[in-house]
Write a protein that binds this ligand. Structure first.
Ligand SMILES: Cc1ncc(COP(=O)(O)O)c(C=O)c1O
Length: 402
């Protein structure tokens, strides 16, 4: 595997280097089990054996059963299958999504809108957490489907999905969560989760790009309609020949994740849970964050306690307190060999301001001031000073340029 740290890579929410053994596992499948897993001859049987063993291992990583797992091309497709596929079996009504979703969810909801569905965004507070005081209003008729991102990619805030999922279950409303960022920190136990549908992408947890999964709950899964036709693979829910080697690579990466039991964070009374998906990385993150926040030009965004364990997000300011461009800061840091992002990877190509920061009530200039650092296991405590020094120099450079 190429050394991921020629520069210091702190953008694992965008994508991660492959975990140990993933390349080797995929290479072996490409050369020995390259058949079509739907064929009934020798080569096909070899491929389907690898495919179904990988499904079993993946299900086991989540404490799920193999039929719960539908393979897709990644989280974008999983989200669309969950939302459009579930809506296809329902009367048009209202879909509720949070105001801080990834664009994949927003796009799927907008597609439903064009078929007569109403879309309501669940408002968030200044930390990016959905307002639980809105729970009964959000779930009241005509709500028929709910999708809430679990770990917000840009500001790191974790949503109280157990509370939302349990309330949805009581009212018979299918509940999907986009767990793309959460699964990178450990495998949440599906058996303990109150969601009906869960989306994830392998490249966010050390697997290859181009493959992902949708976890589906028995009893709800039967109502899911495929969103495209074809060969009827994946129990008929997702047509298309499965990329067996990529799926093997995803299984290899997941096997190296630890399982954790999901719990919600603060309730409306401000209580905090002790649940933690990845305590080692959280400790390193907390130490780096403490050092970074010594500089008054950096202000934390998102929930300080209930956030993805590897995630740091800040707004950058000059010494007069005016917001600086997050994108300009990313470029300054890149010249100093520090790789970070100014928000979610998908929105970092344009500088139109962050809709997530807007939903959290930030002013327009602040919406362009976001900076995200997401750690991986390759970032050690001895790297922190290098990051902090580069940040200081970069902030100084932009401060002087104004
Ligand atoms: C929360 C979230 N959902 C969905 C996606 C889409 O994932 P992919 O591009 O792998 O389909 C991403 C990617 O950044 C994400 O962070």
């Amino acid at each position: 595997m190429a050394d991921p740290i020629q520069s210091l890579y702190l953008d694992s929410s965008a994508t991660c280097p492959l975990k140990p053994g993933v390349v080797e596992a995929m290479t072996s499948v490409w050369s020995t089990a390259w058949g079509n897993p739907s064929s009934v001859h020798h080569e096909g049987l070899q491929a389907v054996e690898v495919l179904e063993r990988a499904r079993l291992r993946i299900a086991d990583s989540f404490d799920a059963v193999p039929n719960d797992v539908i393979f897709t091309s990644g989280a974008t497709e999983s989200v669309h299958l969950a939302i459009l596929g579930m809506a296809a079996s329902l009367q048009p009504g209202r879909i509720v999504i949070s105001a801080v979703e990834h664009p994949a969810v927003t796009a799927a909801a907008q597609a439903l809108q064009r078929t007569g569905w109403e879309v309501t965004q669940w408002p968030v507070d200044s930390l990016g957490r959905i307002k639980l005081s809105e729970l009964s209003r959000m779930l009241s008729p005509p709500t028929r489907l709910v999708s809430v991102i679990w770990g917000q990619s840009e500001v790191g805030t974790l949503q109280p999905i157990q509370t939302v999922g349990a309330a949805c279950a009581r009212q018979g409303i299918p509940f999907h969560t986009d767990a793309t960022q959460v699964v990178g920190q450990g495998c949440p136990m599906w058996s303990k989760l109150s969601a009906d549908l869960l989306s994830a992408s392998a490249h966010k947890f050390g697997g290859p790009k181009g493959v992902g999964l949708l976890l589906t709950r028995e009893g709800v899964r039967e109502r899911l309609e495929p969103i495209h036709g074809g060969g009827g693979q994946e129990q008929g829910y997702r047509a298309g020949t499965q990329p067996v080697a990529l799926i093997e690579g995803m299984a290899k990466a997941l096997e190296q994740s630890t399982r954790w039991t999901p719990e919600d964070g603060p309730d409306d009374a401000g209580q905090h849970s002790s649940a933690d998906a990845n305590p080692t990385i959280r400790t390193s993150r907390d130490a780096l964050l403490d050092q970074m926040l010594q500089d008054p030009r950096l202000i934390l965004t998102g929930d300080p306690h209930w956030r993805l364990p590897h995630h740091i997000s800040v707004m950058a300011h000059n010494s007069k307190g005016d917001p600086l461009s997050g994108r300009a800061l990313v470029r300054e840091l890149a010249t100093r060999h520090i790789s970070v992002s100014s928000g979610s990877a998908c929105s970092s190509g344009k500088d139109s301001g962050s809709s997530v920061l807007a939903a959290m009530g930030m002013a327009p200039a602040q919406q362009r001031a976001g900076l995200r650092l997401t750690l991986g296991g390759w970032i050690q405590q001895h790297h922190h000073q290098q990051v902090v020094d580069a940040l200081k120099e970069s902030l100084n450079a932009l401060d002087e340029a104004r």
